[in-house]
Ligand binder design. Structure first.
Ligand SMILES: NC(=O)c1ccc[n+]([C@@H]2O[C@H](COP(=O)([O-])OP(=O)(O)OC[C@H]3O[C@@H](n4cnc5c(N)ncnc54)[C@H](OP(=O)(O)O)[C@@H]3O)[C@@H](O)[C@H]2O)c1
Length: 291
């Protein structure tokens, strides 16, 4: 057993926690869990260390350098967990996220690499380290459910199929990638943008589709992991933090605070007997398809 980590200590990992909602999650965990270990994920070491200083350098918080869009970085973070923290994990909060208002294939790819594949690769890599009663929170968005609502009926039926597999899910997104690459209207393959007041149509479409992916992945993983980790009582949830003023939306006027967004996420960490594989905001169920 490493001297740096005691087996009774619970280990929390929060990705994209150097600012915004993730930072507020770490701030709350550091006071709520004084005897536990909170790993503040940051893709940039310096920004992570600055955030730690901003928190007052609490002894139960450490920086974990982690770029969720990179499989290599995820593997390195796993090795760090194994080498420094005995390979234990109790709560993983997949919070890192981006949105880009640009029609290019690169913008779509970058959005998915962090928001969708980042969550998938994190869960594939980290879930075997989860201990009993472990929890994973996939930070999603109401825009994911709104994007589902705008999909063609055919596509909606495929997303909502209770037996959908992760490779079938990836195939649905491959159609979107192909359409964008061939400069076809994404509507020809069933993806229609949610119309936002800001007219950020490509942000809405690419970001919304990535969060639709996160919601569907959450349902898939909850279903598959009931068998795989049946003895461990692992619960996985998707959570919308609500519309919060952060850098993601240019600190939108009138939006709620990032602190309230953090509370929404923490409901899925602290609520006992939480239903597996559901989508939540502020502790209330959200439908997977909504206006
Ligand atoms: N704000 C809202 O209204 C809202 C609503 C619904 C859902 N959400 C979701 O809430 C989560 C947090 O967003 P936020 O509003 O707090 O945004 P934010 O202030 O822009 O913070 C995003 C965080 O994610 C990090 N990040 C981005 N890409 C990353 C990557 N590849 N690997 C690791 N970290 C990465 C950023 O790091 P850098 O500093 O290095 O860029 C930053 O720490 C996101 O998943 C977002 O989609 C937000």
């Amino acid at each position: 057993m490493s001297s740096k980590q005691q087996s009774h200590q619970r280990v929390f990992v929060v990705t994209g926690a150097n600012k915004g909602i993730g930072y507020e999650v770490v701030k709350k965990l550091s006071t709520n869990q004084p005897n536990d270990l909170i790993l503040l994920g940051s893709r940039d070491q310096k920004r992570g260390e600055e955030a730690l200083v901003q928190l007052g350098s609490p002894s139960n918080v450490k920086v974990l350098v982690l770029d969720t869009s990179s499989k290599k970085s995820i593997e390195q973070a796993k090795e760090e967990l194994q080498n420094k923290y005995d390979g234990h994990l109790d709560v993983l909060i997949n919070n890192a996220g981006i949105g880009i208002n640009d029609p290019s294939l690169k913008a779509l790819k970058d959005t998915f690499d962090t928001n969708f594949y980042g969550v998938k690769h994190m869960n594939d890599t980290m879930s075997p380290m989860l201990r009993d009663n472990g929890r994973i929170v996939n930070v999603s968005s109401g825009l994911g459910a709104m994007t589902m609502k705008e999909c063609s009926q055919d596509l909606k039926t495929k997303f909502l199929n209770p037996d959908i597999t992760d490779s079938q899910l990836e195939q649905l997104f491959a159609e979107l990638f192909k359409a964008v690459e061939e400069e076809k209207d994404p509507a020809t393959v069933g993806f229609n943008p949610v119309i936002l007041p800001s007219s950020d149509d490509y942000f809405a479409l690419y970001y919304g589709a990535s969060k639709l992916g996160v919601n569907t992945l959450t349902r898939i993983e909850a279903r598959d992991w009931e068998k795989k980790y049946s003895a461990k009582n692992v619960i996985i949830s998707a959570v919308c933090p609500g519309f919060c003023a952060t850098d993601l939306n240019g600190n939108a006027q009138g939006a709620r605070s990032a602190e309230l967004g953090a509370d929404s996420i923490l409901h899925a960490v602290y609520t006992e007997n939480l239903e597996n594989g559901q989508f939540w905001r502020d502790g209330s169920h959200l439908p997977f398809e909504s206006k």
